[in-house]
Design a protein. Structure first.
Length: 460
């Protein structure tokens, strides 16, 4: 009879499915460059390349007190940023958690809640011990609003929500000017605030990273989603040629690159697990690149492989495995934990499977799970490298080199993620790939919003 396959035999199959060769990566980079160019030429392309109306780099000398309000996927943050010039800043912030109801409620209620939090923050931070306001009569604090959902902008302080992402479904908001909606809430609460800029978190991270280190040319967020921004010459943004903006100017572009290869699915190597993730998602076909990379999906991809091997009778024979059968129960943070398990016995992995899923594992299985996490995490990092390489190649940054400001839990917490991105860049570019380095952008989305508020104040 046939000899039973070992876990190592099974692993070989997944190795070939999830491994990206340098040659394949270079093909992806070429297709990616074409998509970026197309998005600059015409409106409504797969990769939308959204003009942000943030003109050029900060000088690093911006200074003063600025408020930033950051509406992210999980939290609302209110920040007071003191820009000190010379690339330095200080920041105090308060986080407010958003409930699941708030994410599905009426738009006006969400923006009223933002204004309420802002009011509490201003009352706390701009009042002396006797309860007197520290603001001069009529003084307005400039505020940057970080709103990390795709918006069409025609001005820096205006933005029409194209669609909610990241699980939000707030009513009566899509298609409307979210800056104006928030401005009405600010007025309703009579806040001493002037909102001067609506920005995306990637754009904020780009500007904040450049303020700290002018070698930064690109920013990437690796969180619930995945997206990038960079600075483009206005003359290359053909689709806004008719707006009469000087051809000598530069403007930050919010790529919304998570959409690369959506619908056609021509360029990215997708496994059947990726197809299942896509087809069972709330937006099938969309965000094809993001679905292979971001924190929301990596755990689910690994879970689907485990489920396949349960069905084939390879794993957990004779055990109850229903706890592993619910979509999205296997968190991406578990992949981080599995990869960083320092023990020979892989005790951390024992813990994850017994505690969360009530199944026993053999050492061979645990080694297999760890190797699988490595394959999925490595693929995500190498695909990200392809996106970065596309911008670097298109903009001609390779010879002089540049920094890439990066933020998000996947980048900050997944062991070895940054190193794998760098290895990927070397596979694409050879030795010169060493000229491109990612750096963690601390609080980029909030600080960037403040800097942009400062830049727009000067420009007015
Ligand atoms: P957001 O993108 O919502 O602003 P984050 O940058 O914190 O916030 O990203 C959240 C995503 O990061 C979630 O999808 C989560 O699965 C993932 N994540 C959280 N902790 C970790 C971790 N330790 N390792 C890898 N991914 C993680």
């Amino acid at each position: 009879h046939a000899t039973k396959k070992t876990m190592a035999d099974h692993l070989r199959k997944y190795e070939s499915l999830f491994t990206l060769t340098p040659q394949r990566m270079r093909m992806i980079v070429e297709a990616f460059k074409d998509s970026l160019e197309l998005g600059l030429q015409k409106p409504k392309q797969v990769v939308p390349m959204i003009p942000t109306f943030v003109f050029g780099w900060p000088t690093g000398q911006e200074s003063g007190d600025f408020l930033a309000l950051d509406l992210g996927g999980t939290n609302l943050r209110v920040c007071l940023v003191t820009l000190q010039g010379e690339g330095k800043f200080e920041m105090t912030q308060t986080k407010y958690r958003l409930t699941e109801e708030q994410k599905q409620d009426e738009g006006t209620k969400l923006f009223d809640f933002c204004a309420e939090c802002l009011k509490t923050f201003i009352d706390t931070n701009f009042t002396d011990e006797d309860g007197n306001s520290l603001l001069k009569p009529g003084e307005l604090l400039p505020l940057g609003f970080t709103f990390s959902y795709p918006c069409y902008q025609t001005r820096i302080d205006h933005g029409e929500l194209i669609r909610w992402t990241k699980g939000f479904g707030v009513k009566n908001t899509e298609g409307r000017d979210v800056a104006e909606m928030f401005r009405q809430s600010i007025e309703k609460y009579e806040l001493p605030v002037q909102m001067t800029a609506l920005i995306n978190d990637t754009t904020g991270t780009l500007i904040a990273s450049h303020y700290v280190n002018p070698k930064t040319k690109i920013a990437v967020i690796f969180g619930t989603g995945c997206n990038a921004a960079y600075m483009e010459d206005v003359k290359n943004i053909e689709k806004i040629n008719d707006l009469g903006i000087s051809e000598k100017d530069q403007m930050a572009i919010n790529c919304e690159w998570g959409a690369f290869d959506s619908f056609e699915h021509e360029h990215l190597p997708r496994t059947k697990y990726d197809t299942i993730v896509d087809e069972t998602s709330n937006k099938p076909g969309e965000q094809a690149f993001e679905k292979l990379i971001s924190g929301r999906y990596l755990g689910e991809i690994l879970r689907l492989v485990i489920c396949e091997l349960i069905d084939e009778g390879v794993l957990f024979l004779g055990q109850e495995t229903y706890k592993l059968e619910t979509p999205y129960v296997f968190e991406t943070a578990f992949l981080s934990l599995m990869e960083s398990d320092p023990t020979d016995e892989l005790l951390m992995i024992i813990g994850i499977f017994t505690h969360f899923f009530a199944v026993e594992t053999t050492l061979a299985e645990r080694q297999f799970f760890r190797a699988l996490a490595m394959l999925i995490g490595r693929r995500a990092a190498r695909l990200s490298a392809c996106g970065i390489a596309a911008i670097v190649g298109k903009m001609g940054y390779l010879d002089e080199g540049c920094l890439v400001g990066a933020d998000g839990s996947l980048y900050n917490k997944y062991p070895g993620f940054a190193d794998r991105v760098h290895e990927g860049l070397i596979d694409v570019f050879g030795e010169k790939g060493n000229n491109i380095k990612t750096v963690h952008a601390e609080d980029g989305s909030g600080v960037g919003s403040a800097i942009i508020a400062a830049m727009t104040k000067v420009r007015r």
